[in-house]
Design a protein. Structure first.
Lengths: 336, 249
């Protein structure tokens, strides 16, 4: 009878021992990895790395128009970079306090000619509240609650992607366009040009319907200290042809009295350090995405092991209870 | 022994999970995103003209109380007519709406307007070849008044000089009587109105009474006693005027 009990005990201890060993190994690996990463980000490591400002090569050729020196970054930019840059490290040299990973200066933001720095869903002045003609006569103006468009209006908006850090950035820029309030065509044309003079939408001579600008997607890379300009232009031609076009414009102006007809442009940029970029700086070893599957498997395994242990333990308790009951009936431990 | 190992295993499991989170979270990639958007609404238009174009009537009330007559109407017909002693407002233009764009309003004759009565000596109507236009028009535009137009073409030409525009930023109307060369702020509150009135004077003198009688007879088809050969006589009058509001570019 005792033999029976010892067999059940050993079958519970064996997987438990395996799980313990496995978990100990994993924990050791985690601690070692954590320590190695911290050592890699030490100030001493930073001093050994020289990050040149080099012109980007590859699919995207940047026109160097400005090479911002970190020391000349304005106070507002510094504030943004250290506090508002999503995912950024806040490592600008001018940020005198706080933890500085230091060896990699990730600084990226988008601003426009007015100095407006984009955050999340930043309202920009692609459209205006009022417009003037060439004789400084106000031609369009609302009550100030909505930006307006009308025949004869146009505007140009320039936004700049700035890599103010030293880490080469891969970025993606997308443009979306929407028209609400009507399923009819809005006679607004637009074009989008990048810093090289290449038109992503439209041409130098022609614009395309503004909805065609939506869906534009551009990927590229910016070396540290470099910028990339994008220019978006739009216009609603005052004269588009004949009376039919005038009547259609008038129809839109009248119909918005009852049901607002609007156009919307959304521009999104995402930038991240490119650790493998040729010619770029050796960006920090960040993230752990390459091993995430491994960690997930380990998590699943440990969960499974734990469940096995719990179920075997419960089974043992049931056996013990059963054995106790038999012993009580027969007076002999372990049953017949 | 079993419970102790279970506790150790559980603690290690939690520690491993935490370590995993630390490694994957603390060293997240540097990713900066920004987004910007802007939207605009089509500017409101909604300019409309409130036009009163009952230029001529089929009947005109008798309003002379000095004669002691009991008739209600001095003129009555199945058609719109004019006669000596009648008058009316030809057109009245007023813009409505609150557009969000500046616009200019101009007036023009859009159809062939006729009002010609030509007759010559030989009918006891005078010594010389004479054109006679008994209906006289008056233009009243904001603070301007211009009267004495007898030829519809002259009236139409004069109308082309009157314009007004709406300055959307000032919310002010400006008027011009010289075709837009000079502008002055409108005196009226709101949109300026353009009125065209007419009048056929009841009696000027004995000669015009003769002319008026002649026109009435011709309209009635009674031409005996008159020499109408070679004359171009029209007893119809019509005017088509269009006001146009155009957005300022």
């Amino acid at each position: 009878m005792n033999r029976y009990r010892s067999v059940k005990l050993n079958s519970g201890i064996r997987p438990l021992s395996i799980a313990l060993i496995l978990l100990l190994l994993l924990e050791a690996c985690s601690v070692i990895m954590l320590g190695s990463r911290l050592v890699g980000f030490s100030p001493a490591a930073k001093q050994r790395q020289y990050i040149p400002l080099n012109e980007e090569s590859g699919d995207t050729h940047l026109t160097v128009t400005k090479k911002p020196e970190p020391a000349k970054i304005s106070a507002s930019q510094t504030s943004f970079l250290s506090g508002g840059s999503a995912g950024g490290s806040g490592t600008f040299p001018s940020a005198a306090t706080g933890f500085r990973p230091a060896s990699y200066e990730h600084g990226f933001h988008v601003d426009d000619e007015e100095g407006l720095i984009w955050a999340t869903d930043t309202g920009i002045e692609l459209f205006k509240f009022s417009y003037e003609n060439g004789e400084n006569v106000c031609t369009v103006k609302g009550d100030g609650s909505k930006r307006l468009i009308a025949p004869g209006t146009s505007n140009t908006y320039t936004f700049t992607l700035l890599n103010t850090g030293t880490c080469t950035l891969d970025y993606e820029m997308t443009v979306d366009a929407y028209v609400t309030g009507t399923d009819q065509m809005i006679p607004i044309n637009a074009r989008l040009m990048d810093y090289t003079g290449e038109y992503l939408a439209g041409t130098a001579d022609d614009m395309v319907p503004i909805l065609d600008v939506g869906g534009i997607h551009r990927s590229g890379a910016i070396s540290g200290g470099y910028i990339a300009d994008y220019i978006i232009e739009w216009e609603w031609p005052f004269e588009r042809g004949g009376e039919a076009e005038d009547e259609y414009d008038t129809f839109l102006g009248d119909s918005t009295l009852e049901n607002e007809v609007s156009v919307m442009i959304v521009i999104t940029t995402v930038a991240e350090c490119n650790i493998d970029h040729e010619g770029g700086e050796p960006a920090p070893q960040t993230g752990d995405d390459t091993k995430m599957l491994f960690w997930l498997i380990v998590m699943v395994l440990t969960f499974v092991m734990l469940i096995i242990l719990l179920s075997s333990d419960r089974r043992r308790e049931e056996d013990e209870e059963e054995e106790t009951a038999i012993t009580a009936e027969t007076g002999t431990p372990g049953g017949p | 022994m079993k419970n102790k190992m279970m506790r150790i295993a559980s603690v290690l499991l939690v520690a491993t999970l935490l370590s995993t989170c630390v490694i994957s979270g603390t060293f997240a990639k540097y990713v900066t995103s920004g987004s910007a958007s802007d939207s605009a609404r089509v500017a409101k238009w909604g300019v409309r003209f409130d036009i009163d174009s009952d230029m001529f009537l089929t009947e005109y009330e008798y309003d002379d109380t000095t004669g002691g007559f009991t008739t209600d109407y001095s003129v009555q017909s199945t058609e719109k007519v004019v006669a000596p002693g009648t008058s009316g407002d030809a057109y009245s233009f007023t813009t409505t709406g609150t557009p969000e764009v500046s616009y200019i309003v101009s007036f023009a004759k859009t159809a062939d307007s006729t009002w010609k009565t030509i007759y010559t000596d030989g009918n006891g109507l005078g010594d010389d070849t004479k054109e006679y236009y008994p209906v006289k028009f008056t233009i009243t535009f904001d603070a301007y008044t211009n009267s004495g137009f007898t030829d519809v073409d002259d009236l139409a030409d004069a109308l082309a000089y009157y314009k007004y525009y709406y300055s959307v930023d000032e919310e002010t109307y400006y008027v011009s009587n010289d075709g837009g060369d000079t502008w002055t702020e409108a005196t009226a509150t709101g949109a300026p109105s353009m009125n065209i009135s007419w009048e056929w004077v009841y009696s000027v003198d004995a000669l015009t009474d003769t002319y008026d009688t002649f026109l009435g007879d011709v309209a009635a088809g009674v031409t005996d006693g008159y020499t109408t050969t070679g004359l171009t006589i029209s007893t119809d009058i019509s005017i088509d005027i269009t006001a146009t509001a155009t957005q300022i570019d």
